[in-house]
Write a protein that binds this ligand. Structure first.
Ligand code: GAL
Length: 424
């Protein structure tokens, strides 16, 4: 990988230095940019189309290289293999710690010029800037902030049961029992490992609180994983999987959201891209469904921030890539894109009255200095792909194999979650 990076880095270095490179760039600007991403559900597709139309109106053609698969499991593999084959896309949905790893080996085009011109440091949230900065360089264009600790609930189902959405686990348990007696499944569930991990980290944040969550997920202190609060979260996870009283199965997050839409299930714990999907299907927050936070996570924002990285390649598109970064991170593009995607803009100064109620709560919480903002492990904000996958696999084993003791799961998690920089 290093040799390849040096080779690609060398190509990037010619940018702006030689006349030959400059003229190649002029030619290249007319060419479409190849964009690799995993936004293929109805709302994701529409959000990507919105960006592509915005770029188009500003003279940049978007050539779509979408790879389906929730959570980007397949897209990340394809992206890696394209880079190894020496054919990286111009633009890629590269998020979280993967960004810094790739920047480290010179695969990502620095965007300092754009960031300075557009005053990103002044206009965007500090947490966002931290995520896209590495060793003094800005390495990606931020698009939007998703909130993971979200429960979406079907308003009709709750009204039929005469219930308010739950604020505590005790209320959640009561609601689950009542819903069941009415023949409504309490919670949308999927055994896909990344979806299990998505539910788990929200539950963990609620049980552990932000300080322990940071020790577990950010500092990755192995010993902290034996804490009784982790045990409680793991017990809660198994319980959540069991409350429908049926045999849980693997299903896509969009199929799970569909069950919520039609009212077969009453709740779903998922990042707020699921809200975007419900809206794309014609449902409206406030009328058809609502959002509350996972019990115990009030004033906490478990975030996943989508970013586009500009990859170093031999096609001399640097000027166009910078233009892409500038356009997608601009306020008008962000407002339009995030409304469809379910996330919220990364800008600090926006008109919140134009946001839907779920988005407003997400944005307000993220913006409030008194809130706890914590990164998602399941969505690559806190650890690399291999740790994330190992955690998701252990959680999957744990929930699907009733013989696995909770303490055994804790030990296994402690073993795979090593402190940044620790020997593996
Ligand atoms: C996340 C990504 C979101 C959404 C979701 C489901 O990792 O940040 O934008 O696409 O996966 O695929």
């Amino acid at each position: 990988m290093k040799a390849l990076a040096l080779f690609l880095g060398g190509l990037a270095a010619c940018w702006g230095m030689f006349a030959g490179c400059a003229s190649a760039q002029v030619q290249a600007q007319a060419q479409p940019v190849d964009v690799l991403h995993w936004w293929t559900s109805t709302s994701e597709r529409r959000a990507a189309n919105q960006l592509s139309a915005y770029l188009g109106a500003n003279g940049v053609q978007w050539r779509d290289a979408a790879i389906p698969g929730g959570g980007g499991m397949a897209a990340v593999k394809v992206l890696k293999s394209r880079v190894l084959m020496g054919d990286p896309p111009d633009v890629a949905q590269l998020i979280g710690t993967t960004l810094t790893e790739w920047a480290d080996v010179g695969l990502v085009l620095p965007l300092n010029g754009v960031a300075t011109r557009q005053r990103w440091a002044q206009n965007m949230f500090p947490t966002v800037m931290e995520l896209v900065s590495y060793q003094g360089e800005v390495i990606a264009a931020p698009l939007g902030i998703h909130r993971i600790n979200t429960i979406l609930f079907n308003r009709r189902a709750f009204a039929r049961a005469g219930l308010q959405p739950p604020k505590t686990w005790a209320e959640f348990e009561l609601a689950a029992r009542k819903l069941q007696t009415l023949g409504i499944k309490p919670l949308a569930w999927s055994d896909e490992p990344w979806q299990i991990a998505t539910v788990f980290e929200s539950v963990l944040l609620g049980e552990a609180g932000p300080a322990l969550y940071r020790e577990l997920i950010v500092q990755r202190k192995s010993s902290a994983w034996m804490d009784p609060r982790v045990e409680r979260a793991l017990n809660r996870l198994r319980w959540l999987r069991s409350i429908n009283g049926d045999t849980p199965r693997e299903q896509t997050w969009t199929d799970a959201a569909r069950e919520l839409l039609v009212g077969n299930v009453a709740m779903m714990i998922m990042g707020d891209w699921a809200k975007g999907e419900l809206m794309a299907w014609g449902a409206s927050p406030g009328k058809d469904f609502g959002c509350v936070v996972v019990p115990g996570t009030e004033n906490m924002h478990l975030y996943s921030i989508d970013t586009l990285a500009m990859l170093v390649n031999s096609r001399h598109r640097e000027a166009t890539q910078e233009k892409v970064a500038e356009l997608v991170s601009s306020l008008p593009a962000q407002m339009a894109y995030n409304r469809i995607k379910g996330s919220v803009p990364v800008h600090r100064d926006i008109d919140v009255s134009s946001l839907d109620s779920c988005a407003r709560d997400s944005w307000d919480t993220f913006a409030d200095p008194r809130s706890a903002r914590v990164p998602s492990l399941a969505h690559r904000m806190a650890a690399d792909e291999s740790i994330k996958d190992a955690v998701a696999q252990i959680l999957w084993r744990y929930v699907t194999d009733p013989r696995m003791e909770v303490a055994d799961a804790q030990r296994r998690l402690a073993a795979v979650i090593r402190a940044p920089g620790a020997e593996r």
